[in-house]
Design a protein around this ligand. Sequence first.
Ligand code: TMP
Length: 212
Amino acid sequence: MSCRRGALIVLEGVDRAGKTTQCQELVNALQQSGRAAEMMRFPDRTTKIGQLISSYLEKKSNLEDHTVHLLFSANRWEMVPLMKQKLEQGIDLVVDRYAFSGVAFTSAKPGFSLEWCMNPDIGLPKPDLVMFLQLNPNMAANRGEFGIERYETSAFQRTVHQRFEELMQDSSVNWKVIDAARTIEEVHKDIKLLSEDIISLAQNQPVGELWR
Ligand code: TMP
């Protein structure tokens, strides 16, 4: 008999909304409650594709806009076999950014439609839950280190936020909005509760396909 699968849980939001901290907190909490939970992040800068992306984000190299979009998507696809394997083994995956960041950031550039941006990510493992850490982009800008990497300007982040709002209209994805302007502990409490609920629900269902 196969074991019950793990849940695929994604945290999204504009830069500096606290996603990484909250992913770590959630993984720790799930592990403490006896679950096998692991964190993943996109872009995964450790692969060859991820290194190209990292160099672009650090402004050490330039890439054409369509090209970098497709590299971000390829960086997710290259991890799919591993993700499926872990989910089948009953491991909960807590993911820092996913295809939604891919679409929100590229479509914030002139000349890119949501539809074009979504296409390469159609069919990825569908998250059981996507929590959007809601934080006013002006507040995000006041949190540390804003402005070091590419895309970290208030004007761009405001457009990214609008694109996320458009993506959240899609009811085929299980979106939950979390007020990220509160303390780390308060935000964590909400995230943990929502995650525990979805873990019980997901374990009896097959992994879906995103946007299909
Ligand atoms: P992070 O490693 O600090 O999360 O930053 C990654 C940056 O890359 C962030 O500005 C969002 C952006 N991004 C995209 O443009 N497309 C994508 O597909 C992903 C995952 C991130």
